[in-house]
Design a protein around this ligand. Structure first.
Ligand code: NAP
Length: 276
């Protein structure tokens, strides 16, 4: 069994990216908007900020209070669309009452660091992955850099969110996997997960996938980030499942760092495309 070291793979990606940015003579600038004070968002932002500084991306932070109105947020996005920043990231979740969809759609698709704009999601669906959401991109990169074949494999994804499950399904399909997506209304989930050659889990429930739900030799990708007591655990019962899997990602140190590295690559790609 192989534990896929997302931290090391992400570090390799960031090192490569730093060189690519230097070689291209670019000075990308990323604007990050945070509305409210969600504590988890602050933790994610720290790692994004550190990655920016590592690869040579200028990081501009816009901290807005939770009392900010939708119109004020849209105004800021408009200003940034017209400014010299190359990429914009709107940190989720937004405070209750704010319309995330409208805000994400307001971002210029050519500055869409997260790849969540409907135009970029539409392109992904048509097979153009130029700017793809960071977490699924990170997962694909993990599989590729770990020499895990996807073509012809049965990939089962548990979770159908717009940020992870759905775009990951499309990206695996683009690589000729046979894809099954499961969700909270799926009947007999374990029967389906046991058929997976590649099992990706993005549910948000600690230790949700137990070893009886996994086929011997499966590759298991755990996207979940759950706080239990003082520690962070995934959606997979790692200790038991690792005895069955041929490869598995740990939490922390699996998909998380890859998401950040893929986000940095998106900023680079957007900047490069703007230069023409
Ligand atoms: P989400 O929007 O809450 O979606 C959760 C998905 O799980 C939904 O599709 C839901 O089904 C499904 N689900 C819930 N209970 C289920 C059950 N009993 N059986 C089968 N499916 C079930 O979550 P998300 O944004 O995709 O995030 C999922 C997890 O990944 C969270 O822990 C999050 O923190 C983590 N995450 C990590 C990264 C990273 O970089 N590592 C990035 C993003 C998210 P329905 O659609 O039917 O409700």
């Amino acid at each position: 069994m192989k534990i896929i070291d997302g931290t090391a793979i992400a570090k390799g990606m960031l090192d490569e990216l730093k060189l690519e940015i230097e070689k291209a003579g670019l000075s990308p600038k990323l604007a990050v908007i945070i509305v409210g004070d969600d504590p988890a968002s602050k933790t994610y932002l720290k790692s994004k900020e550190a990655a920016c500084s590592h690869v040579g991306i200028t990081y501009e932070k816009y901290m807005l209070p939770s009392s900010t109105s939708q119109a004020e947020l849209l105004n800021l996005i408009k200003e940034l669309n017209e400014s010299d920043v190359n990429a914009i990231l709107l940190q989720m979740p937004l405070p209750k009452g704010m319309d995330e969809e409208t805000a994400l759609e307001a971002i210029d698709p050519e500055k869409d660091a997260d790849g969540f704009h409907p135009a970029n999601i539409g392109r992904l669906l048509l097979g153009d992955e130029a700017i793809a959401p960071a977490t699924p991109s990170g997962i694909i990169e993990l599989l590729t850099r770990s020499s895990i074949e996807v073509s012809g494999k049965h990939a089962v994804i548990v979770g159908r969110s717009n940020v992870v499950g759905k775009p990951l399904a499309v990206m695996l399909l683009n690589r000729d996997a046979t894809v099954t997506i499961c969700h909270s209304r799926t009947s007999n989930l374990a029967r389906i997960t046991r058929e997976a050659d590649i099992l990706a889990v993005a549910v948000g429930k600690p230790h949700f996938i137990t070893s009886d739900m996994v086929k011997e030799g499966a590759v298991v990708i755990d996207v979940g980030i759950n706080k239990v007591g003082g520690s962070t655990v995934g959606d997979v019962d790692f200790e038991k499942v690792k005895e069955k899997a041929s490869a598995i990602t740990p939490v922390p140190g699996g998909v998380g760092p890859m998401t950040v590295a893929s986000l940095m690559r998106n900023v680079f790609l957007l900047t490069l495309a703007q230069r023409g």
